[in-house]
Write a protein that binds this ligand. Structure first.
Ligand SMILES: Cc1cc2nc3c(=O)[nH]c(=O)nc-3n(C[C@H](O)[C@H](O)[C@H](O)COP(=O)(O)OP(=O)(O)OC[C@H]3O[C@@H](n4cnc5c(N)ncnc54)[C@H](O)[C@@H]3O)c2cc1C
Length: 551
């Protein structure tokens, strides 16, 4: 028995002839369909093989059910050719934190609204979930997978002044590998934001709820408690258990909690249960089309380089801080600030050891965050023990002394116009889109903060009882190249003044109706904090604004 999806003109007669079957035999295999039905288009037909006896129906037989339309992948996909037939109320470009958060919020708002939502992602289906949730990927193997240039594009290799940058082109973007650390931005670091602290608090609450941000991952660990005690005693009173986007609820009563580490794919999962949307992967947005100051659609190509035009009333560009300005600039979208104000965190790493012989036998997880303050414009993260910050199935040896999974500092960097992403028309990708160049340097102030980290991190280590050693191939403490923090932001920054910002306070590109940006690229400043939670909060806020303004 095989299944056949009836074409536009198919009838029982045609299908029976094609498969050399009698109409009666075909009908016995498909009794749910009336024989004389003229148009079977799209229906799934059971084709009995010549030598398989068709089960004789008896009055006691269960009525046959119509086969369900089946899925080709673990997430429903829509071909670009089909998407080209629709005019979308909203089309999202990119499926990282900005695209995922926007999609989820839209589906929540438009549960029964009958609106048409589309999303296109340049990459394919790499992993179904965050790499931490994949049982075959332990700390080492996940790191090695991420290091593969076919998995994360080392775009920094062609950007000498931003050489540490890497991007992930696949459903979920970089959230498939991110470290989950999700602090809020300190209020003193938001003074130039066009959004009030109160309003951000509301959106942080929403984003933390949906992303399961909690300190519970390391809360009752003796190692975390001990380090926090020592830091507090020695004056680092702001030190806290790291807030992380991880679902610590156990699977129970049939509800599965297997995707513990949060990725943007969790947003897709939630969205699927709320409202219909069309998703195309391997769908590269190459140009945004505008007409008379209003967005009209997006040109999208598949890997065979077939181009499709997707019509949309509203477009949200959530294609990362390097790719969003590339797309906007290539599309001729005007704006003095587009691509400018590229900002990151300066990134200093070290390593060390800590004696644990006096601690209770069960150490638990170490996840400590020393947030920035007005006097200390950098953040320090300490994670461990050793490679057991997260792991699957390995025996955890008893040891008296432990190293760390990560120990480093992120410094605040000034947002400056002269640090920018620009189009380099001298070389183009295989779709004819110009590649990017980057101008980037640290200011005097940035360098002073790097020096301060260099001087202070040994003091923080001493306060925590950590002996600094540095990784085996590096000095005790060293600065990684710009871009290595993977926190780049600001290239479509929000603001009120079109001279110094690319979007208005809601993420709408100045002067282009219906065109929005989301993700790290819209953040005007982050201080020393990791950006992803804030990018999600802002994308949710942008969608709330779009939906309200459409009502
Ligand atoms: C190993 C690692 C650890 C990290 N740890 C942390 C952490 O602990 N905390 C934290 O806050 N942040 C962390 N980050 C950074 C975090 O992952 C990023 O801040 C965040 O994911 C950026 O989201 P984004 O949506 O702006 O961009 P991306 O994640 O880069 O997503 C952009 C998406 O758009 C797609 N795209 C690009 N161009 C196009 C186009 N033209 N057409 C269609 N699609 C397109 C891309 O394929 C991609 O899927 C970490 C990152 C890595 C890699």
């Amino acid at each position: 028995m095989r299944l056949y999806v009836a074409g536009k003109d198919d009838t029982f007669d045609i299908i029976a002839k094609h498969y050399h079957l009698s109409i009666e035999r075909l009908h016995m295999a498909n009794p749910q369909l009336p024989v004389r039905q003229a148009n079977l288009s799209g229906r799934i037909i059971r084709i009995p093989s010549m030598d398989t006896p068709v089960f004789e129906q008896s009055p006691f037989s269960c009525p046959p059910s119509e086969p369900k339309p089946y899925l080709d992948h673990w997430i429903p996909l829509t071909p670009l050719a089909k998407m080209a037939e629709t005019e979308y109320d909203i089309l999202i470009i990119g499926s990282g934190i900005g695209g995922g958060a926007a999609l989820w919020r839209l589906c929540e708002h438009w549960m029964h609204a009958g609106k048409r939502i589309g999303i296109v992602e340049k990459g394919g289906l790499l992993l179904q979930t965050h790499s931490w949730n994949v049982p075959t990927l332990n700390n080492d193997r996940a790191g090695r997978l991420f290091a593969n240039p076919a998995v994360s594009n080392p775009i920094g290799w062609t950007l000498p002044s931003f050489s540490g940058a890497r991007e992930v082109y696949s459903l979920g973007g970089r959230t498939q590998f991110w470290g989950l650390v999700s602090p809020r931005i300190q209020s003193h670091e938001m003074k130039d934001w066009p959004v009030s602290h109160e309003e951000m608090t509301r959106y942080y609450n929403i984003a933390e709820g949906v992303m399961n941000v909690t300190d519970a991952y390391s809360k009752d660990s003796s190692l975390t408690r001990e380090l926090l005690d020592r830091l507090w005693q020695n004056g680092f009173t702001e030190a806290e258990g790291s807030p992380m986007a991880i679902d610590v609820d156990p699977t129970k009563y049939g509800e599965i909690h297997s995707a513990a580490a949060f990725s943007s794919i969790n947003f897709f999962a939630k969205a699927l249960n709320l409202a219909p949307f069309d998703l195309a992967v391997n769908a590269y947005a190459t140009r945004i089309v505008t007409q008379e100051g209003k967005v009209a659609g997006v040109e999208v190509s598949n890997p065979a380089k077939q181009a499709f035009y997707l019509r949309a009333k509203t477009v949200i560009v959530a294609a990362s801080s390097l790719q969003a300005p590339r797309l906007l600039l290539h599309s001729g979208i005007p704006g003095r600030a587009i691509g400018h104000y590229l900002t990151n965190n300066s990134f200093v790493v070290t390593n060390g050891t800590i004696r644990t012989s006096h601690l209770p036998e069960v150490l638990g997880t170490l996840a400590v965050l020393v947030p920035s303050t007005a006097r200390r414009p950098y953040q320090v993260q300490i994670q461990g023990p050793g490679p057991y910050y997260w792991y699957h199935d390995t025996a955890k040896e008893l040891q008296e002394e432990w190293g760390f999974n990560f120990f480093g500092g992120f410094g605040t960097v000034e947002s400056r116009f002269e640090n920018n992403v620009f189009l380099d028309p001298s070389w183009r990708d295989e779709y004819g889109v110009p590649n990017i160049g980057v101008n980037f340097s640290y200011s005097h102030k940035d360098n002073a903060i790097i020096e301060q980290m260099k001087a202070d991190i040994p003091l923080i280590a001493e306060a925590a009882g950590i002996q600094l050693t540095g990784p085996s191939d590096r000095p005790d403490l060293c600065l990684l190249p710009p871009g290595s923090d993977l926190h780049e932001f600001g290239t479509c920054r929000m603001g009120n003044d079109p001279l110094t910002s690319a979007t208005n306070r809601y993420g709408q590109i100045h002067g282009i109706s219906g065109l929005y940006a989301a993700g790290n690229c819209v953040l005007p400043s982050i201080g020393a904090a990791n950006p992803t939670l804030t990018a999600a909060a802002m994308a949710i806020r942008t969608v709330d604004h779009i939906v309200q303004s459409m009502d």
